[in-house]
Ligand binder design. Structure first.
Ligand SMILES: Cc1ncc(COP(=O)(O)O)c(C=O)c1O
Length: 474
């Protein structure tokens, strides 16, 4: 049996697709639209051989390491092209930033105008103030904002602020959440079965003390949080979480769980941090907190907020954030912080999101994809569940439920990766790695989604015939 799990968007009053959006999308549809079968990867292979000589493994970010090893030469709208000229409908989306689609005209224009006028000067700019004001306007829990360059910086500052303001050392994170690569959090994301319940660092070289101060708990399980907080009474500075665990696909934080965390944090003097680096701006201008109604003390942002330009931000209660002001005791610094190019991209992205057409479009396409995948798997008798929220979806090859990371250990990893590899051969790029999520952008069209569903049916039928994966029959 196949199931679909998706929540409805909080946007029903404003659901007409803006004409400007469709026009821009049409402009970038490649001729013929029908997706071509991939011809060859020769040029990618050759460049990757060179890459390995000069860049460790050939990758500047290890999460880009998967087969096929492609080299990218062009991106526009919903499409990306590799070095051999093969064209793909893109759902990888560089792990999430281009919410408006690649190379968005309005964002580019705004950055170009900024470039004509100013570059990095090393001081406050008016547009930085405007961007911060806009964020505080859209997110009631955010009274002040600090800009940095990546999500990792934002979560680092959030945890340091929580520790400084509580005078405590320990933090709670959840199995399956990713918050960047610094020592306190770089652990227990897609943990293998045999390491469940143990520390599972993603890297060597961590300061043991940092890791030991991190308590890892199962997601959506309030009881375990209560137990851990009681066992570490007065020692927990922060609870940090992705309100939807998108780093292992799409595991939605239940409202009772989020509300319960808020209550525990209030009762115990713990700083509640929502890591909205994926959910922020992607699911709504108010983030997932605007949808769930649960407001954290601090929020981290990145990815979609500048449509692909490098940026991160930390925002939250003014009484906490003001500690970053000179004399406040905390050090918030960075040569490139609030870079005018990224800030102008952020403002242009926010303006487009504010115009009203993007979220209804994204949620509509997300629904078609989720229901379509569910129908296909049902029709073929494949055990699967497509879990989605808005524009982010993942088809797991397993039975529901999808409540915590432990559930995802049932996913048929071989089928998950084979399905995506074969989609790539048909010109559909979903990250070919276990548990990765897929993203729809505002530049995707309904036709893109329908083409993707057609190719999915072909691929799954082919896999079924070749009987590659054991869970293909329910
Ligand atoms: C939820 C979440 N937090 C933090 C990060 C780290 O962000 P960055 O890669 O920009 O450092 C990521 C990156 O994928 C993320 O998904």
């Amino acid at each position: 049996m196949a199931f679909s799990s998706s929540l409805e968007p909080n946007c029903s009053k404003n659901c007409a697709i803006h004409e400007g959006g469709t026009l821009e999308m049409l402009k970038f549809q490649p001729v013929g639209v029908g997706i071509q079968t991939i011809m060859s990867y020769d040029k990618s292979k050759k460049i990757m051989e060179e890459a390995r000589k000069y860049i460790p493994g050939g990758y500047s970010s290890v999460t880009r390491a998967f087969e096929p090893r492609l080299v990218w030469s062009r991106a526009k709208g919903s499409r990306i092209w590799d070095a051999d000229g093969n064209e793909y409908i893109d759902y990888h989306a560089a792990y999430g930033p281009p919410i408006l689609g690649h190379n968005n005209e309005k964002v580019n224009r705004s950055v170009k105008e900024t470039m004509e006028r100013i570059d990095l000067v090393g001081g406050t700019t008016e547009m930085e103030v405007e961007a911060a004001e806009k964020i505080t306007h859209h997110l009631p829990s955010v009274e002040q904002v600090g800009f940095c360059n990546s999500g990792t910086e934002a979560t680092y500052h959030a945890l340091r602020l929580a520790r400084a303001s509580t005078g405590r050392s320990k933090i709670i994170k959840f199995q399956g959440c990713y918050h960047g690569w610094h020592d306190s959090v770089v652990m227990n994301v897609a943990t293998p079965k045999e390491k469940m319940g143990k520390y599972d660092p993603l890297t060597a070289g961590l300061i043991p003390h940092a890791m030991e101060n991190t308590i890892v708990l199962p997601f959506n399980n309030l009881e375990q949080v209560e137990t851990a907080v009681a066992a570490n009474k007065g020692d927990v500075a922060a609870v940090i979480l992705e309100p939807i665990m998108h780093n292992v696909g799409c595991v939605i934080g239940k409202n009772d769980f989020l509300r319960g965390l808020r209550e525990i944090a209030d009762r115990e003097g713990i700083v509640l941090i929502f890591d909205e680096i994926i959910t922020g701006f992607r699911h709504g201008l108010g983030g997932y907190q605007g949808i769930s109604g649960v407001h954290p003390d601090l929020t981290t942002f990145g990815k979609a907020m500048a449509n692909g330009y490098p940026i991160g931000a930390l925002g939250g209660r003014a009484d906490l954030m003001k500690k970053f002001a000179p004399g406040g005791g905390l050090f918030f610094s960075g040569t490139f912080n609030a870079h005018p190019f990224s800030i102008s991209a952020c403002l242009a992205t926010m303006r487009e999101l504010e115009s009203g057409w993007v979220y209804p479009h994204l949620f509509k396409l997300g629904k078609i994809m989720t229901e379509g995948m569910s129908d296909i798997c049902n029709e073929l008798g494949i055990r699967a569940v497509t879990s989605s929220f808005g524009s982010v979806f993942t088809t797991y090859f397993m039975e529901p439920p999808v409540n915590d990371y432990g559930d995802l250990l049932r996913n048929d990893q071989e089928l998950f990766v084979q399905y995506r590899k074969r989609l790539i051969e048909k010109g559909i790029f979903m990250t070919p790695y276990n548990l990765r999520r897929s993203h729809i952008s505002a530049a995707h069209s309904e036709r893109d989604i329908r083409d993707t569903l057609d190719k999915s049916r072909e691929v799954l039928t082919g896999l079924q015939k070749s009987n590659l994966a054991s869970s293909l029959q329910s």
